[in-house]
Write a protein that binds this ligand. Structure first.
Ligand SMILES: *[C@@H]1O[C@H](CO)[C@@H](O)[C@H](O)[C@H]1NC(C)=O
Ligand SMILES: *[C@@H]1O[C@H](CO)[C@@H](O)[C@H](O)[C@H]1NC(C)=O
Ligand SMILES: *[C@@H]1O[C@H](CO)[C@@H](O)[C@H](O)[C@H]1NC(C)=O
Ligand SMILES: *[C@@H]1O[C@H](CO)[C@@H](O)[C@H](O)[C@H]1NC(C)=O
Ligand SMILES: *[C@@H]1O[C@H](CO)[C@@H](O)[C@H](O)[C@H]1NC(C)=O
Length: 363
Protein backbone atom coordinates (compact mmCIF):
# COMPACT_ATOMS: atom_id res chain seq x y z
CA UNK A 1 0.00 0.00 0.00
CA UNK A 2 1.70 3.20 -1.10
CA UNK A 3 1.85 5.54 1.82
CA UNK A 4 0.54 8.43 -0.26
CA UNK A 5 -2.74 6.62 -0.72
CA UNK A 6 -3.19 5.97 2.96
CA UNK A 7 -3.64 9.54 4.01
CA UNK A 8 -6.79 11.38 3.29
CA UNK A 9 -4.99 12.71 0.35
CA UNK A 10 -6.31 15.37 -1.87
CA UNK A 11 -3.13 17.07 -2.91
CA UNK A 12 0.44 16.83 -1.82
CA UNK A 13 2.27 20.08 -1.99
CA UNK A 14 5.99 20.27 -2.18
CA UNK A 15 6.74 23.51 -0.52
CA UNK A 16 8.83 25.87 -2.52
CA UNK A 17 11.55 27.94 -1.01
CA UNK A 18 9.89 31.31 -1.43
CA UNK A 19 9.99 33.52 1.60
CA UNK A 20 6.73 34.88 2.85
CA UNK A 21 6.66 38.41 4.08
CA UNK A 22 3.79 39.21 6.32
CA UNK A 23 1.63 42.12 5.41
CA UNK A 24 2.42 44.74 7.98
CA UNK A 25 -0.17 45.18 10.68
CA UNK A 26 -1.47 41.64 10.31
CA UNK A 27 -0.38 40.66 13.77
CA UNK A 28 -3.31 38.39 14.41
CA UNK A 29 -2.42 36.12 11.49
CA UNK A 30 1.16 36.07 12.67
CA UNK A 31 0.05 35.03 16.08
CA UNK A 32 -2.32 32.36 14.70
CA UNK A 33 0.37 30.84 12.53
CA UNK A 34 2.83 30.95 15.38
CA UNK A 35 0.38 28.95 17.47
CA UNK A 36 -0.02 26.48 14.61
CA UNK A 37 3.74 26.03 14.64
CA UNK A 38 3.78 25.61 18.41
CA UNK A 39 1.08 22.93 18.27
CA UNK A 40 2.79 21.01 15.47
CA UNK A 41 6.20 21.13 17.12
CA UNK A 42 4.82 20.69 20.65
CA UNK A 43 1.89 18.43 21.59
CA UNK A 44 1.51 17.06 18.04
CA UNK A 45 5.21 16.50 17.51
CA UNK A 46 5.96 13.42 15.41
CA UNK A 47 2.41 12.96 14.21
CA UNK A 48 1.41 12.88 10.58
CA UNK A 49 -0.38 16.06 9.71
CA UNK A 50 -3.16 16.93 7.31
CA UNK A 51 -3.97 20.58 6.76
CA UNK A 52 -7.31 21.56 5.30
CA UNK A 53 -7.38 25.11 4.08
CA UNK A 54 -10.68 26.82 3.62
CA UNK A 55 -10.92 27.77 -0.04
CA UNK A 56 -11.93 31.24 1.12
CA UNK A 57 -8.53 31.93 2.72
CA UNK A 58 -6.59 34.50 0.70
CA UNK A 59 -3.62 33.23 -1.25
CA UNK A 60 -1.07 35.03 0.92
CA UNK A 61 -2.40 33.39 4.06
CA UNK A 62 -2.33 29.98 2.36
CA UNK A 63 1.24 30.62 1.35
CA UNK A 64 2.13 31.73 4.87
CA UNK A 65 0.79 28.48 6.29
CA UNK A 66 3.20 26.57 4.09
CA UNK A 67 6.05 28.68 5.34
CA UNK A 68 5.56 27.75 8.98
CA UNK A 69 8.77 25.98 9.86
CA UNK A 70 7.21 23.28 12.05
CA UNK A 71 4.65 22.47 9.34
CA UNK A 72 7.40 22.00 6.78
CA UNK A 73 9.18 19.66 9.15
CA UNK A 74 6.13 17.50 9.92
CA UNK A 75 7.02 13.84 9.26
CA UNK A 76 4.17 13.42 6.81
CA UNK A 77 2.28 16.38 5.50
CA UNK A 78 -0.87 16.30 3.44
CA UNK A 79 -2.57 19.43 2.25
CA UNK A 80 -6.07 19.96 1.08
CA UNK A 81 -6.38 23.33 -0.53
CA UNK A 82 -9.92 22.98 -1.69
CA UNK A 83 -11.98 22.21 1.34
CA UNK A 84 -15.32 23.19 -0.04
CA UNK A 85 -18.71 22.58 1.40
CA UNK A 86 -20.16 21.83 -2.02
CA UNK A 87 -20.68 18.05 -2.09
CA UNK A 88 -21.33 17.93 -5.81
CA UNK A 89 -18.02 17.66 -7.59
CA UNK A 90 -15.49 15.31 -6.15
CA UNK A 91 -12.20 15.00 -7.83
CA UNK A 92 -10.91 11.60 -8.80
CA UNK A 93 -8.23 11.86 -6.16
CA UNK A 94 -10.79 12.53 -3.50
CA UNK A 95 -12.87 9.61 -4.68
CA UNK A 96 -9.78 7.44 -4.59
CA UNK A 97 -8.95 8.60 -1.10
CA UNK A 98 -12.48 7.94 0.07
CA UNK A 99 -12.38 4.54 -1.55
CA UNK A 100 -9.78 3.38 0.94
CA UNK A 101 -11.32 2.04 4.11
CA UNK A 102 -7.81 1.88 5.54
CA UNK A 103 -7.82 5.66 5.75
CA UNK A 104 -10.01 5.46 8.80
CA UNK A 105 -7.76 3.42 10.95
CA UNK A 106 -4.39 4.30 9.51
CA UNK A 107 -5.11 7.88 10.49
CA UNK A 108 -5.79 7.23 14.15
CA UNK A 109 -2.62 9.12 15.09
CA UNK A 110 -2.97 11.75 12.38
CA UNK A 111 -3.81 15.30 13.34
CA UNK A 112 -6.19 17.07 10.98
CA UNK A 113 -6.07 20.83 11.15
CA UNK A 114 -8.71 23.01 9.53
CA UNK A 115 -7.83 26.64 8.96
CA UNK A 116 -10.72 28.90 8.14
CA UNK A 117 -12.21 32.35 8.40
CA UNK A 118 -15.86 31.61 8.95
CA UNK A 119 -16.86 28.33 10.49
CA UNK A 120 -19.38 26.54 8.31
CA UNK A 121 -21.03 23.36 9.52
CA UNK A 122 -21.45 22.20 5.89
CA UNK A 123 -17.71 22.27 5.47
CA UNK A 124 -17.30 20.07 8.52
CA UNK A 125 -19.83 17.66 7.12
CA UNK A 126 -17.78 17.37 3.93
CA UNK A 127 -14.66 16.79 6.01
CA UNK A 128 -16.32 14.08 8.04
CA UNK A 129 -17.69 12.45 4.91
CA UNK A 130 -14.29 12.27 3.21
CA UNK A 131 -11.81 11.81 6.03
CA UNK A 132 -13.52 10.81 9.30
CA UNK A 133 -10.78 12.50 11.33
CA UNK A 134 -10.07 11.09 14.79
CA UNK A 135 -8.05 14.11 15.93
CA UNK A 136 -9.19 17.50 14.77
CA UNK A 137 -7.92 20.99 15.48
CA UNK A 138 -9.97 23.89 14.19
CA UNK A 139 -7.85 26.98 13.85
CA UNK A 140 -9.96 30.03 13.35
CA UNK A 141 -8.01 32.54 11.28
CA UNK A 142 -10.72 35.15 11.59
CA UNK A 143 -11.22 37.51 14.45
CA UNK A 144 -14.55 36.13 15.63
CA UNK A 145 -14.69 33.07 17.82
CA UNK A 146 -17.41 30.79 16.40
CA UNK A 147 -16.74 28.14 19.04
CA UNK A 148 -20.37 27.00 18.88
CA UNK A 149 -19.38 25.08 15.78
CA UNK A 150 -17.78 22.54 18.15
CA UNK A 151 -21.27 21.31 18.84
CA UNK A 152 -22.04 20.65 15.16
CA UNK A 153 -23.49 17.21 14.60
CA UNK A 154 -20.81 16.40 12.04
CA UNK A 155 -18.22 16.57 14.84
CA UNK A 156 -20.06 14.43 17.36
CA UNK A 157 -17.96 11.37 16.52
CA UNK A 158 -14.56 13.08 16.56
CA UNK A 159 -12.59 11.71 19.50
CA UNK A 160 -10.14 14.55 20.01
CA UNK A 161 -11.51 17.96 19.17
CA UNK A 162 -10.24 21.42 19.93
CA UNK A 163 -10.80 24.89 18.52
CA UNK A 164 -8.22 27.61 18.85
CA UNK A 165 -9.69 31.01 18.24
CA UNK A 166 -9.80 34.55 19.32
CA UNK A 167 -10.10 34.90 23.05
CA UNK A 168 -12.67 37.53 23.87
CA UNK A 169 -10.96 40.76 24.77
CA UNK A 170 -12.46 41.00 28.24
CA UNK A 171 -11.00 37.62 29.17
CA UNK A 172 -7.46 38.81 28.63
CA UNK A 173 -5.69 42.14 28.26
CA UNK A 174 -3.86 41.08 25.11
CA UNK A 175 -6.13 41.72 22.07
CA UNK A 176 -4.34 39.03 20.04
CA UNK A 177 -4.72 36.38 22.72
CA UNK A 178 -6.00 33.02 21.53
CA UNK A 179 -8.05 30.58 23.55
CA UNK A 180 -8.36 26.80 23.42
CA UNK A 181 -11.91 25.44 23.44
CA UNK A 182 -13.53 22.04 23.35
CA UNK A 183 -17.00 20.56 23.87
CA UNK A 184 -17.89 17.39 25.74
CA UNK A 185 -20.94 15.93 23.98
CA UNK A 186 -22.38 14.22 27.02
CA UNK A 187 -21.83 16.84 29.65
CA UNK A 188 -24.34 19.67 30.07
CA UNK A 189 -21.70 22.41 30.09
CA UNK A 190 -21.60 23.05 26.33
CA UNK A 191 -18.47 24.66 24.90
CA UNK A 192 -15.65 24.88 27.43
CA UNK A 193 -12.65 27.15 27.50
CA UNK A 194 -9.61 25.05 28.41
CA UNK A 195 -7.54 28.18 28.82
CA UNK A 196 -5.64 30.83 26.92
CA UNK A 197 -3.10 29.30 24.54
CA UNK A 198 0.31 29.10 26.14
CA UNK A 199 2.96 26.74 24.98
CA UNK A 200 3.72 25.60 28.51
CA UNK A 201 0.07 24.94 29.45
CA UNK A 202 -0.52 22.67 26.45
CA UNK A 203 2.81 20.96 26.21
CA UNK A 204 1.48 17.42 25.90
CA UNK A 205 -1.02 15.77 23.61
CA UNK A 206 -3.26 14.88 26.57
CA UNK A 207 -3.26 18.46 27.81
CA UNK A 208 -4.34 19.85 24.46
CA UNK A 209 -6.82 17.10 23.67
CA UNK A 210 -8.63 15.96 26.80
CA UNK A 211 -10.92 12.93 26.57
CA UNK A 212 -14.28 14.12 25.25
CA UNK A 213 -16.06 10.96 26.33
CA UNK A 214 -14.89 10.26 29.88
CA UNK A 215 -18.38 9.04 30.73
CA UNK A 216 -21.74 8.83 29.00
CA UNK A 217 -23.36 10.21 32.17
CA UNK A 218 -26.06 7.56 32.30
CA UNK A 219 -27.23 8.16 28.70
CA UNK A 220 -29.46 5.49 27.12
CA UNK A 221 -28.37 4.36 23.65
CA UNK A 222 -30.64 2.52 21.29
CA UNK A 223 -29.02 -0.33 19.43
CA UNK A 224 -30.17 -1.74 16.12
CA UNK A 225 -29.95 -5.50 16.46
CA UNK A 226 -31.47 -8.73 15.26
CA UNK A 227 -31.60 -11.47 17.83
CA UNK A 228 -31.06 -14.47 15.64
CA UNK A 229 -27.32 -14.68 15.75
CA UNK A 230 -26.41 -17.57 18.00
CA UNK A 231 -24.06 -17.54 19.95
CA UNK A 232 -23.52 -13.76 19.66
CA UNK A 233 -26.95 -12.29 20.15
CA UNK A 234 -30.14 -14.29 20.36
CA UNK A 235 -33.38 -14.37 22.30
CA UNK A 236 -33.43 -15.90 25.72
CA UNK A 237 -36.33 -18.06 24.60
CA UNK A 238 -38.93 -18.02 21.85
CA UNK A 239 -41.37 -15.80 23.69
CA UNK A 240 -38.91 -13.44 25.32
CA UNK A 241 -37.84 -10.15 23.81
CA UNK A 242 -34.73 -10.17 25.98
CA UNK A 243 -31.42 -10.89 24.32
CA UNK A 244 -28.46 -12.89 25.48
CA UNK A 245 -25.16 -14.13 24.06
CA UNK A 246 -21.54 -13.02 23.73
CA UNK A 247 -22.33 -9.63 22.19
CA UNK A 248 -24.85 -8.98 24.92
CA UNK A 249 -22.23 -9.67 27.59
CA UNK A 250 -19.68 -7.39 25.96
CA UNK A 251 -22.15 -4.51 25.58
CA UNK A 252 -23.32 -5.04 29.13
CA UNK A 253 -19.77 -4.79 30.49
CA UNK A 254 -19.07 -1.68 28.41
CA UNK A 255 -22.22 0.00 29.64
CA UNK A 256 -21.08 -0.39 33.24
CA UNK A 257 -17.62 0.88 32.42
CA UNK A 258 -18.85 3.91 30.48
CA UNK A 259 -21.88 4.69 32.60
CA UNK A 260 -24.58 4.28 30.00
CA UNK A 261 -27.53 2.00 29.42
CA UNK A 262 -28.98 0.64 26.22
CA UNK A 263 -31.97 -0.92 24.55
CA UNK A 264 -31.90 -3.67 21.92
CA UNK A 265 -34.12 -4.39 18.94
CA UNK A 266 -35.55 -7.88 18.54
CA UNK A 267 -35.58 -7.61 14.76
CA UNK A 268 -35.21 -4.86 12.16
CA UNK A 269 -38.23 -3.80 10.07
CA UNK A 270 -36.72 -5.32 6.93
CA UNK A 271 -35.32 -8.77 7.54
CA UNK A 272 -31.94 -7.92 6.04
CA UNK A 273 -28.76 -8.10 8.01
CA UNK A 274 -26.53 -5.29 6.83
CA UNK A 275 -27.17 -4.69 3.17
CA UNK A 276 -29.16 -2.54 0.82
CA UNK A 277 -32.65 -3.08 -0.54
CA UNK A 278 -33.71 -1.08 -3.60
CA UNK A 279 -30.59 1.03 -3.26
CA UNK A 280 -31.15 2.04 0.38
CA UNK A 281 -29.60 0.68 3.52
CA UNK A 282 -31.95 -1.77 5.15
CA UNK A 283 -32.01 -3.98 8.21
CA UNK A 284 -29.87 -3.10 11.20
CA UNK A 285 -27.71 -0.68 9.21
CA UNK A 286 -30.84 0.87 7.71
CA UNK A 287 -32.09 1.78 11.18
CA UNK A 288 -28.78 3.45 12.01
CA UNK A 289 -28.66 5.20 8.65
CA UNK A 290 -32.18 6.58 9.11
CA UNK A 291 -31.14 7.69 12.63
CA UNK A 292 -33.83 5.61 14.27
CA UNK A 293 -31.10 3.91 16.31
CA UNK A 294 -27.72 5.11 17.54
CA UNK A 295 -25.51 2.23 16.52
CA UNK A 296 -25.30 -1.47 15.90
CA UNK A 297 -22.94 -4.13 17.16
CA UNK A 298 -22.46 -6.77 14.58
CA UNK A 299 -20.29 -9.38 13.00
CA UNK A 300 -19.52 -8.02 9.56
CA UNK A 301 -16.64 -6.62 7.62
CA UNK A 302 -16.28 -2.95 6.91
CA UNK A 303 -16.61 -2.83 3.15
CA UNK A 304 -15.96 0.30 1.16
CA UNK A 305 -19.67 0.96 0.83
CA UNK A 306 -20.23 0.61 4.56
CA UNK A 307 -17.22 2.73 5.42
CA UNK A 308 -18.53 5.61 3.32
CA UNK A 309 -21.87 5.79 5.10
CA UNK A 310 -20.97 4.67 8.61
CA UNK A 311 -18.28 5.20 11.17
CA UNK A 312 -17.00 1.82 12.24
CA UNK A 313 -15.29 1.40 15.58
CA UNK A 314 -12.12 -0.57 16.05
CA UNK A 315 -12.53 -4.27 15.55
CA UNK A 316 -13.15 -6.50 18.43
CA UNK A 317 -12.33 -10.01 17.39
CA UNK A 318 -11.78 -13.53 18.48
CA UNK A 319 -8.52 -14.69 17.01
CA UNK A 320 -8.93 -18.23 18.18
CA UNK A 321 -11.39 -20.40 19.91
CA UNK A 322 -9.55 -23.34 21.28
CA UNK A 323 -10.93 -26.54 22.68
CA UNK A 324 -8.73 -28.25 25.18
CA UNK A 325 -8.98 -32.01 25.46
CA UNK A 326 -6.93 -34.46 27.37
CA UNK A 327 -4.31 -35.85 24.96
CA UNK A 328 -4.71 -39.58 24.36
CA UNK A 329 -1.75 -41.82 25.12
CA UNK A 330 0.26 -42.56 21.95
CA UNK A 331 0.14 -46.02 20.44
CA UNK A 332 3.35 -48.01 20.79
CA UNK A 333 5.73 -47.15 17.91
CA UNK A 334 5.61 -50.72 16.71
CA UNK A 335 1.93 -50.38 15.76
CA UNK A 336 2.41 -47.22 13.68
CA UNK A 337 2.44 -47.76 9.93
CA UNK A 338 3.02 -44.07 9.28
CA UNK A 339 5.22 -42.15 11.64
CA UNK A 340 4.02 -38.56 11.85
CA UNK A 341 6.45 -35.68 11.46
CA UNK A 342 7.97 -34.26 14.58
CA UNK A 343 6.90 -30.79 15.73
CA UNK A 344 10.04 -29.23 14.24
CA UNK A 345 9.20 -30.59 10.80
CA UNK A 346 5.66 -29.28 10.98
CA UNK A 347 6.95 -25.88 12.00
CA UNK A 348 9.19 -25.60 8.96
CA UNK A 349 6.46 -26.85 6.60
CA UNK A 350 3.81 -24.63 7.98
CA UNK A 351 2.65 -22.30 5.19
CA UNK A 352 3.16 -18.61 5.87
CA UNK A 353 -0.50 -17.69 5.51
CA UNK A 354 -1.21 -19.38 8.76
CA UNK A 355 0.60 -16.61 10.55
CA UNK A 356 -1.00 -13.75 8.74
CA UNK A 357 -4.06 -12.21 10.13
CA UNK A 358 -6.92 -11.27 7.80
CA UNK A 359 -6.60 -7.68 6.55
CA UNK A 360 -9.20 -6.23 8.90
CA UNK A 361 -7.23 -7.26 11.94
CA UNK A 362 -4.09 -5.69 10.64
CA UNK A 363 -5.51 -2.23 10.59
C1 LIG B 1 -16.86 24.92 -4.30
O1 LIG B 1 -17.16 23.98 -5.29
C2 LIG B 1 -18.11 24.44 -6.24
C3 LIG B 1 -18.43 23.30 -7.18
O2 LIG B 1 -17.57 22.25 -7.08
C4 LIG B 1 -17.56 25.66 -6.96
O3 LIG B 1 -18.51 26.14 -7.89
C5 LIG B 1 -17.24 26.75 -5.95
O4 LIG B 1 -16.65 27.83 -6.60
C6 LIG B 1 -16.28 26.21 -4.89
N1 LIG B 1 -16.10 27.21 -3.87
C7 LIG B 1 -14.91 27.68 -3.55
C8 LIG B 1 -14.90 28.73 -2.49
O5 LIG B 1 -13.90 27.27 -4.09
C1 LIG C 1 -23.55 7.99 35.85
O1 LIG C 1 -23.94 9.28 35.40
C2 LIG C 1 -25.00 9.86 36.14
C3 LIG C 1 -25.40 11.16 35.46
O2 LIG C 1 -24.30 12.03 35.36
C4 LIG C 1 -24.55 10.07 37.59
O3 LIG C 1 -25.62 10.61 38.34
C5 LIG C 1 -24.14 8.73 38.18
O4 LIG C 1 -23.63 8.91 39.47
C6 LIG C 1 -23.08 8.07 37.28
N1 LIG C 1 -22.82 6.73 37.78
C7 LIG C 1 -21.60 6.29 38.03
C8 LIG C 1 -21.49 4.88 38.49
O5 LIG C 1 -20.61 6.98 37.88
C1 LIG D 1 -38.76 -16.81 28.63
O1 LIG D 1 -37.95 -15.84 29.28
C2 LIG D 1 -38.69 -14.97 30.14
C3 LIG D 1 -37.72 -13.98 30.68
O2 LIG D 1 -37.18 -13.23 29.66
C4 LIG D 1 -39.34 -15.78 31.27
O3 LIG D 1 -40.10 -14.93 32.08
C5 LIG D 1 -40.21 -16.87 30.66
O4 LIG D 1 -40.70 -17.69 31.69
C6 LIG D 1 -39.42 -17.70 29.67
N1 LIG D 1 -40.31 -18.65 29.01
C7 LIG D 1 -40.01 -19.95 28.90
C8 LIG D 1 -41.03 -20.78 28.18
O5 LIG D 1 -38.99 -20.42 29.38
C1 LIG E 1 -38.32 -2.76 -3.32
O1 LIG E 1 -38.91 -2.54 -4.58
C2 LIG E 1 -39.93 -3.48 -4.89
C3 LIG E 1 -40.41 -3.19 -6.30
O2 LIG E 1 -40.58 -1.81 -6.49
C4 LIG E 1 -41.06 -3.36 -3.85
O3 LIG E 1 -42.05 -4.33 -4.16
C5 LIG E 1 -40.50 -3.63 -2.49
O4 LIG E 1 -41.50 -3.43 -1.50
C6 LIG E 1 -39.33 -2.66 -2.20
N1 LIG E 1 -38.77 -3.04 -0.93
C7 LIG E 1 -38.56 -2.17 0.04
C8 LIG E 1 -37.99 -2.70 1.31
O5 LIG E 1 -38.75 -0.97 -0.09
C1 LIG F 1 -29.81 8.26 19.64
O1 LIG F 1 -30.91 7.96 18.82
C2 LIG F 1 -32.10 8.67 19.17
C3 LIG F 1 -33.20 8.12 18.29
O2 LIG F 1 -32.92 8.32 16.96
C4 LIG F 1 -31.86 10.16 18.96
O3 LIG F 1 -33.02 10.89 19.35
C5 LIG F 1 -30.68 10.60 19.80
O4 LIG F 1 -30.37 11.94 19.55
C6 LIG F 1 -29.47 9.75 19.51
N1 LIG F 1 -28.42 10.08 20.45
C7 LIG F 1 -27.19 10.45 20.08
C8 LIG F 1 -26.22 10.73 21.17
O5 LIG F 1 -26.86 10.55 18.92
Amino acid sequence: MPSAAITCLLKLILVSGTVYTVASGNQLHDRQLQVLGEVVSGPARGRPLTLHLDAALPADVQQAVLEVEAVRRAPRLTMSLSLNHSHGQRSRQEAAAASLPRVASSSSSMLHVVLWFTPQPELLQALWHHCKPRNLLLLNMGSTLGAEVLRAEALSGVEKLVLIGHLLAEAEQDPDALGVYTALPFSPGGVQLLGPWRRESFGSWEALFPDRFPSFEGYTFHLASWMIDYPYLYRKNKTSSQGTGITFKVVDSLSVLLNCSYTLTVEPPELVYAGKVNGSWAGTLGMVYRKEKNFTVNMFYVTLERWKDFDPSAYWSFVNMDVFLLAPQPFPMSTNLLRPFTFGVWATLSPPWRWQCPPAWCW
